[in-house]
Design a protein around this ligand. Sequence first.
Ligand code: HEM
Length: 396
Amino acid sequence: MSLDDQFTFPFGDYEADLSPVCERLVREEPVVRVRRPDGDTAWLVTGYEEAKQALSDPRLNLLEVSTPGSRRLESTEVGPFEVDLMEVVQGTSLRKRIAQSLTPKAAETYERRLEPRIADLIDALVAAGPPAELLHGLYAPITAEFVSEWLGVDPADARRLHDQAHVAINFDTHSDDELDSVFATADAFFQDLIASKRSTPDGRLFSDLVADNDAEGSFSDEEMAKLGFSLLTNGYDTPLNAVVLLTIRLFAEPSAFGHLRQNPDELPDVLEEMMRRTPLGPSGVTVQRVATEDVVLHEKLIRPGELVLIATDVANRDPRVFAPSCPARNPDQAQLWFGHGRLSCPGRAIARMLLEMVLHHLLRRIPAIEPAKPLDSLPWRRGLLLRGVGELPVTW
Ligand code: HEM
């Protein structure tokens, strides 16, 4: 008997790791039909090759998710800028401007500017002595500094808007009224920012985008405000959660952590492997698409209008591809944290730079760092899209 229709998605709260149901599905039915709590159905893709195939198929569309009445992971309507901003700015000079701000060369420039600041932040932690709280004491300030350099949003504003961004990302834990108020606050902030960048351009990305758009007239100020908030959530909230999750993973795997202390030059490889093993989303799903035509995936027929949930976190541990403790060195088996194919994360070079830079400096200055509380007592935040904790107490 097929496993289709037997599962209700999501599979309960699994904060520290993936649900055991995912392990069964990836082995037995890597593309399966699941039932949503509202009774609607969706396709869940858990296999590695199947996920890559789904992510590469243009008939499985992302922007379609924002069409009114379309099926989506979110329980509320989402706008095109919140879903696929790169597609929305396609055909305008804004797309090139955003892409140019995210190249590996741009990453090197941000790294040079941020290194002295990270050194100062770690000096302050060391001077204050243990215990310390890493999320607010180091990771949030340095990520906010990055957003300031990149986007031109003041670090204090970025940190204040972080809570808004988090609500917007983890929409399912909040009421429609809360979500409306979050978007209204962010809209008002970015409308003011547009006015201030017009009067005082600063050469940062948002200022340049406002100038480009003023010359081309593609989007209204309201749309530009949505674009700004979407860039902020992508460039701030995701890498911030990511570095927290990777730190927790390293604490949870003392042998990998010990190896890294002995072999700091291997940080990029170790991090890549830690990313593969660390789920980003509580449900294992980080990416969604809607079919625009018939698509056959692993012998399953996906019909137009059907929702496809791609469980990249589960695919990253597909036992048909990855041995449990053996790092994958084959480029055809790249981990899927940043997606795959045409719509994969344009900020991945920057994200890798930020993660490596922060962990490199932290481990060099405080090699004896360890969690100050048992990892299973960490305050996990609830939400469907991005796992995270409210604090990360450490000692040394
Ligand atoms: C570890 C950190 C990060 C992870 C895991 C991540 C992951 C992703 C993924 C999976 C997507 C594609 C979603 C899809 O296929 O539907 C994406 C899109 C994107 N990411 Fe990242 N990302 C990270 C950091 C960053 C950073 C630092 C930036 C910018 C500085 C950034 C900018 C973007 C943008 C602009 C998009 C396109 C969004 C859209 O079209 O609406 N990301 N990211």
